[in-house]
Write a protein that binds this ligand. Structure first.
Ligand SMILES: C[S@@+](CC[C@H](N)C(=O)[O-])C[C@H]1O[C@@H](n2cnc3c(N)ncnc32)[C@H](O)[C@@H]1O
Length: 377
């Protein structure tokens, strides 16, 4: 009989490989009916298998001289034998160690050097949970729930959870709306906005930043997204601010809005800066052509936002310069110098590097982001 643990992990891995949904969603589908401690264990194994997939596949083949089936890879992971198989040296070994495609690690090594990339990939093995506190009551409730947290020194409304006794969405502060699960990098994107009105949020769903804009900046927002399903979540999120936000389902490469004072393009991207939160990203990076698809879309979204609004903040949760520095350098716009705490400059190989900002998981304990501010010419 197959253990339920193996079955859930195999189903999760299969779903991640066959669709574009996240590890958490794939696990929820695979683990229907699995409860309590068994569920926690199944999650840890599913996460481990997805996060180490490329390495498991390589080591299985090295050891047994053939490709492993998905179930065999799950059992191989549980046996621990994979960690004893030697890895090649250099970039290929580094890519396998952390289970990323070689092209991706090669590109980062070219920008940052081998040892910094190793630190970066290591940091992305550890998910960090940040909360944006809407009210001080959040801190009291976090203590009541037995959380250990650190209030951020730059953004005093952000807290990093260092120990949490239950998943973040089950914490009282979150359930009662006193805190929102939001990465510090995502909050910094909102900080980059001036907060003019009306503000076009061109890729708004599921609305984490829209809500932060409404709460922190007080702007009137036009929230646009192509995905109706994701907009449904946004509508739930911003329901208390219904009079300050218009929600539109549309393609922002042909903006439904004639004019806005400011725009945010939080563009769809490879998500390569978010592998700590969702390791399924590592598997999707294997398809480099998908990154090229995003690059084309990002250019069109930025161009249209610049046409509609004079000022645009462009952001992606990607570590790749093709989705960051190269996009803003190719835009027909002037770059404004961004001042933001807890960030570094863009990759030094690019002319725009001192104007734009990067948030790096190994330096800032949050997801990887690229942020730039542009002014239409
Ligand atoms: C990075 S996510 C945005 C996250 C969101 N800003 C937040 O903070 O919750 C990118 C979004 O772009 C949307 N999208 C993709 N292509 C689009 C297009 N052509 N027009 C408008 N939205 C698009 C996706 O549906 C997705 O919701």
């Amino acid at each position: 009989m197959i253990s339920p643990l193996v079955e859930v992990a195999e189903k999760t891995l299969k779903t991640v490989l066959q669709t574009k949904i996240s590890l958490d969603k794939a696990f929820t589908m695979a683990a229907e009916g699995v409860k309590g401690r068994a569920r926690q264990e199944a999650y840890q194994v599913s996460r481990g298998v997805v996060s180490n997939f490329l390495r498991l596949r390589h080591c299985f083949e090295e050891l047994y001289g053939r490709k492993g089936r998905l179930r065999e890879l799950v059992e191989f992971y549980l046996s621990g034998k994979w960690s004893e198989v030697g890895l090649p040296t250099g970039v290929e070994g580094l890519a396998l160690k952390y289970s990323y495609p070689v092209w991706f690690v090669e590109e980062l090594v070219g920008l940052m050097g081998f040892s910094e990339v190793e630190e970066l990939l290591k940091a992305m093995e550890e998910p960090k949970v940040w909360l944006r506190c809407v009210d001080r009551e959040a801190l009291r409730l976090l203590e009541e729930d037995g959380c250990v947290y650190r209030v951020d020194h730059d953004l005093d409304y952000m807290v990093l959870l260092e120990e949490l006794p239950k998943p973040p969405h089950r914490l009282k502060a979150v359930k009662l709306g006193y805190a929102i699960v939001q990465d510090k990098g995502s909050a910094l994107v909102v900080e980059a906005l001036e907060g003019l009105s009306p503000l076009l949020d061109a890729c708004a769903a599921p609305g984490v930043k829209t809500l932060a804009i409404l709460q922190l900046k007080g702007s009137r927002v036009i929230a646009v997204d192509k995905s109706w399903n994701r907009l449904k979540t946004l509508v739930r999120m911003v329901k208390l601010y219904a009079d300050k936000v218009d929600v539109v389902r549309a393609d922002s490469t042909y903006s439904p809005v004639r004019w806005a004072a400011e725009a945010l393009v939080d563009a769809p991207c490879s998500g390569s800066g978010t592998a700590a939160r969702d390791p399924s990203v590592k598997l999707r990076l294997a398809r480099k052509s998908k990154v090229e698809y995003y690059v084309k879309l990002q250019k069109r979204l930025l161009k249209e936002a610049l046409r509609v609004a004079g000022q645009v903040v462009y952001a992606v949760c990607s570590l790749l310069p093709s989705e960051g520095e190269e996009i803003v350098e190719a835009a027909d716009a002037e770059l404004c110098k961004l001042e933001l705490p807890s960030t570094t400059s863009g990759y030094k190989q690019f002319k725009c590097s001192t104007y734009v900002k990067r948030i790096m998981p190994h330096l800032h304990s949050c997801q990887g982001f690229f942020i730039a501010r542009l002014q239409a010419q």
